[in-house]
Design a protein around this ligand. Sequence first.
Ligand code: BES
Ligand code: ZN
Ligand code: ZN
Length: 503
Amino acid sequence: MRISVQLLSQNDFSTEAYAVGVFNGQGLENELFFLSPDLASAVSAELKRREFQGKEGESCVLPLFQNKQVKHLIFIGLGKKRLLESQSVRSFTARAIKAANGVQAGELSFDPGLMDDLEDFSAGLQAAAEGLELAAYHFSVYKKRTAKEAVKKYKVESAVFYTRDKKNTLKSQKVLEWAKVYSEAVFLGRDLVNTPSMHMHPAEMVKVAQSLAVRGSGISCKVFDKEAMAKLGMHASLAVGQGSVHEPKFVHLIYKPKISRKAKKLVLVGKAVTFDSGGLSIKPADGMIDMKIDMAGAASVLGVFKALAKIKPKAEVHGLFAAVENIPSGSAYRPGDVVAAMDGTTIEVENTDAEGRITLADALAYGTQKIKPDYMIDLATLTGAVIIALGSDITGMFCSNQDLKNKLQQASDAAGELMWELPLHAPYRELIKSKIADVKNVGGRPAGTITAALFLEKFVGQTPWAHLDIAGPSYAEKENKPELPVGGTGWGIRTLLHLIRGL
Ligand code: BES
Ligand code: ZN
Ligand code: ZN
């Protein structure tokens, strides 16, 4: 899709679909400048007749038969009148492109009111462009050809944000490039999550990581196979993966900026369980259906790296994941086993379905010991309990450091990806005490998300660290937001890119 910001010229204005945002209870003013006064008031009357009020999420499409300049009008409700925040802009353009695709428009234009009323032009434009890109995502690799072609056919090919201010057109190019880079990174994350586990096992994840380390990207990639992992002492991850025919792999991606002397060092760790059956503590059928998504944390890390090659930030960024498949077999690890992580901490396995934290133990210990970063952030589809607590829109966030917490919160606001802080409540450390090992991998049902985080805390030493439990928002079962089509969402990629650009 081509996206541009153009100066409005009222004289020769024409477009296939024209989108207007309407605040709740507000009538139209001069948005329909290209219509005769009679037709403009007929449109207003029709909106009234359809009881379109401009409530958030409301939309109405009107065809303009035989009108030479504009074929379809698309009205999108914006809710209460206020300064538009990035998130409302993102949802607005996402709704508009869905409506435009619905009437098979190849071209979509926006009323200049959108660009000219933004509080922060760059942030607003980036959100607007992201809304268009993110909503237009389709995962059709597994569809028959005809269906794929159908998806392609009804797609807006060109989108124009009109403005009455020439300055805006000059400022737009770079911002539109960022939006494209961010969206392509999100698409990689979504594709990886949507791909079935049969085609997204550990060796495949390695291939994806290696494909990002091309010349000129600033990215390099180290891969550790089973033997190399054993040498490093990653017996915890190896235990989780020992039931599968797909051998575990450990990946270390490195992005180095050109000037690296004073660069801040950030480690990103992703959970990469390519399928989570639960292992011998097997999941019931219903709970297993979506478990191809259990590598969403690593998928987001890979998405971030895809963008780093283009953004070329000042910070040094490391991406780590232990890719394993958690599956029962004669060689699978068992409840009751005791395994040692890379830093020597021994873990009693009470439940083989609490496997994510066992693999993260090695990755976090590797990050702490080998990289000694300024900040470390992990993303993991770690607990079902966080979905009970916060649902599908919100990530559970834990953070040991105020500076990192502020940075994350700012970045998450800019990206419109919600998170809510949960406490690293020290007294609950009691719940994961083991009688025979240093720690056990489950702490019972109460506060399941917190005890999982307290388990991870044992492997980060003094590193300023944040843990993001993304089990809820990494996957959209229903389309709750127009910019998040059903399936993998790529949650966290845009938040982390905002954070990295600020380091
Ligand atoms: N991968 C799951 C968590 C999950 C559940 C992610 C649903 C996305 C959707 C994780 O490995 C798991 O199974 N956790 C268990 C832990 C329990 C055994 C302590 C859980 O949450 O039930
Ligand atoms: Zn599990
Ligand atoms: Zn899992």
